[in-house]
Design a protein around this ligand. Sequence first.
Ligand code: SF4
Ligand code: ZN
Ligand code: ZN
Length: 311
Amino acid sequence: MKAVKALSCSICGGRSIYFKRYSGEALCEKCFKKDVVNRVRRTISRYDLLKPYDRIMVAVSGGKDSLALLKILYEIEQDFPQAKLFAALINEGIGEDYREESEKIAEQICSDLGVPFYTLSFEEAFGFTLREAVESGAAKKLGVNPCTICGVLRRKALVLAARRLNATVIATAHTLDDVVQTYLLNLLKGEGNIKPVGLRRENGYVIPRVAPLRLVPEHEIALYAYLEKIPFQTKTCPYTHTSMRDRVRTFLNWYAAHRPEALYAFLNNFERMLPKPGTENRCEICGEPTSRRICRACELELAIRNYLRRS
Ligand code: SF4
Ligand code: ZN
Ligand code: ZN
């Protein structure tokens, strides 16, 4: 048997724990964590994602990505004392203590960091839980799966929470993988008007959503979360199913295993081709941008509420 010698850290010469295939660098634990934080710092300044006086609401789910984002932003924001950082978690009312477990994890990390933590439930925001929407038969009747209701209404609930908390920006934990998956899914759906994902767009009435992790691959965030000892959730959502996004993710992972720089190449080339966003239509009910008269979130919310009232 041959002993495999660990590579030395390309920065400090210490014992490496990670090899960045797309750049050829080996990094020790300390340099790896610093590298992730610095990349997020550079991403924020390259795309002008955050301003020094922002009230930043971090959308946390209790999962590793969002809690890693919170820790990273907490570190970066130490240099911007005028900025305010807080976290908000949406409890969809999934049942089986799924969200309650993640809520506990998120609350603990926020309390360790001294970051204010808020929650808003579907029940409070819309008058029904995700479980009621599914078990009443509303989801089936409307021809949508639980994840569609969950994703679309969670996004709307985050905007409601951000308005109540006077946030000037919402930070989400979309990683490089998530952003590329979203672009590819939009292309596959034949979406005509693809918008930049996770980049700050100011238009006076919408609270901008930014993705400071958009240049960090998901597996690096997972490693960062592990090294930072962020607890992992043990419960699985009872509605988890294989979606088109999972298939796109599998394909991209396979492709990136052969060409490690592929996700960066896609992101850069694709965003160069995106047209500058023009004026957008606004939903007649909630005022959020939409290509329709009433946005998908308001449409779903109303349809589920009507179904529950009649049944
Ligand atoms: Fe929501 Fe689906 Fe995720 Fe469950 S698996 S939390 S229903 S999006
Ligand atoms: Zn090092
Ligand atoms: Zn709307």
